[in-house]
Design a protein around this ligand. Structure first.
Ligand code: ADP
Ligand code: MG
Length: 261
């Protein structure tokens, strides 16, 4: 569904060598697949997501969405792609203050289907546990509820792909786990693929596959410490190892906790 081919993005600042924020990244994401991009601050995660969102143009390489070359789209084509095919969940919930919860969640649908936008997004808000908050103002929600509201907005247009950039960065670890568990569940139910950028090993654990990003270069995540006799979890391509201390080690338990297979 999504294919990245040898993507390169450099930033030029001043006279010195350009920063190679994304340095030759190739990757395939299948339908409904949850993939984590795990790496420290400055490793290129947000730049990579911006390339996928056609918010940035690569210096070289390609982003293909169902075979369509995203970097070749016009401004208008890119805007349509972002509106219909993508959903975004970021660290800061970008909500419209003063507007009701249901109005916030309906914002994207309102652009294409204003009369039915609220009715269409309502079941999703209920699924996300916000059914009794619909008529409250967005700023009255707790941090965890706000993130659930941004998930509703992101999924409202039935996108094929969600780009989540540090979606739990503003939450404590318990709320973070709840939000990620829910995000994973809802994406799996609807067959939505997700690219989850995070520096948090606990967050990476909610993905089907984990890749590590370092200085703009991508490699499969290798758990540092594998306990003797540890049992591999997941199918082909899964990097999870039960009993390890790293992200993939948490994966099994996180998925078990979320009730997913
Ligand atoms: P992450 O999201 O993993 O923290 P970023 O993609 O934001 O990483 O940044 C990757 C590298 O590119 C960093 O060295 C960062 O300083 C640099 N960078 C990001 N955005 C810009 C920009 N607009 N101009 C110049 N350098 C940038
Ligand atoms: Mg970032």
């Amino acid at each position: 569904m999504l294919e990245l081919r040898d993507l390169v993005k450099r930033y030029r600042v001043g006279e010195g060598e350009p920063i190679r924020a994304v340095d030759g990244v190739s990757l395939n994401v299948g339908n409904g697949e949850l993939l984590a991009l795990y790496g420290p601050s400055g490793s290129g995660k947000s730049t990579l997501l911006d390339l996928v969102a056609a918010l940035l143009k690569p210096d070289s390489g390609e982003v293909l969405f169902d075979g369509l070359e995203i970097s070749a789209l016009s401004e208008e084509g890119a805007a349509r792609y972002r509106l219909h095919d993508l959903g975004f969940v970021s660290q800061q919930a970008d909500l419209l203050p003063g507007a009701l919860v249901i109005e916030n969640a309906a914002l994207k649908l309102w652009l294409s289907d204003p009369r039915r936008a609220q009715a269409r997004v309502r079941p999703l808000l209920e699924r996300l546990g916000l059914g009794d908050r619909l008529k409250q103002r967005a700023e009255q929600l707790s941090a965890g509820e706000r993130q659930r509201l941004t998930i509703a907005l992101a999924l409202s247009t039935d996108p094929r792909l969600v780009l989540a950039d540090e979606p739990t960065g503003s939450l404590d670890s318990k709320r973070g786990r709840e939000v990620l568990g829910l995000l994973r569940e809802v994406c799996k139910e609807r067959g939505v693929a997700m690219l989850l950028a995070t520096h948090d090993p606990q967050a990476a654990a909610f993905a089907d596959r984990v890749f590590e990003l370092r200085d703009g270069r991508l490699r499969p995540y290798e758990p540092a410490a594998v306990a003797p006799g540890a049992r591999a979890v997941g199918g082909a391509g899964a990097v999870g190892v039960a009993g390890s201390a790293g992200p993939a080690g948490v994966a099994g338990s996180a998925r078990a906790a979320a009730g997913a297979s």
